[in-house]
Design a protein. Sequence first.
Length: 237
Amino acid sequence: MVHEKLAPYVERITTDRYGNLLAQKKCKTGCGPTILLNAHLDTVAELEAGREIVKNGPIWSSSKGILGADDRAGVAVLLEVAKWLETSRFNGTIKFAFTVEEECGLVGARELEEYFLWDVGAAIVVDRRGTGDIVTSCGMIQLFCDIRYGQFFEKVANDAGLLGWKCTAGGSSDTRIWASRGIQSVNLSVGYQFEHTDDEILDTDACYNTAQFIKAVLNQSKELSRTLRSLRLTDAV
């Protein structure tokens, strides 16, 4: 389903040997950063047969079993961003990685072919519970990025009038893999709560807010390029 919905909006799309869905789109002249957008395709458990989505205003839940918003909400956000790219101000290249087996040890991301990441300058992962979190580390275990990359996101949110977004520590996600490969990375909240349980819910307003946030970040591609260039120069010293 994701392949079918994504294909009209990208130039290249493929499934790698492990099952990750990978795609790419050059925007404008392409003379800008290459940004990886990532969400995972698997859920922690199978969805219950015959279940229904219960909608109470913006709050969605499942009539039985898990809702699966972890990480189908992230997938939905990235599909929305893919549709928008053609009319965006972003100048550069967007790469999409929809990974498999995240829930059982980030396996799909670990197995992703290295060549796909060679030119990636930064990553935006959409796989965090709640609202307003810009996750820049896995607890005290691993930094995902230079703090200046996280602060760039905070500034974009503030300038765009998207309130409540702040850098914070978080848990494990595919973000750990991208960061371990030297890619400046953050993981953004996408509105789900109580994931991995029958009480899981999704705040669809928060989900929409995340999509708007990513669009605002990508529309600042010149400033994003300057930020990443500054970080590379610092690393070289």
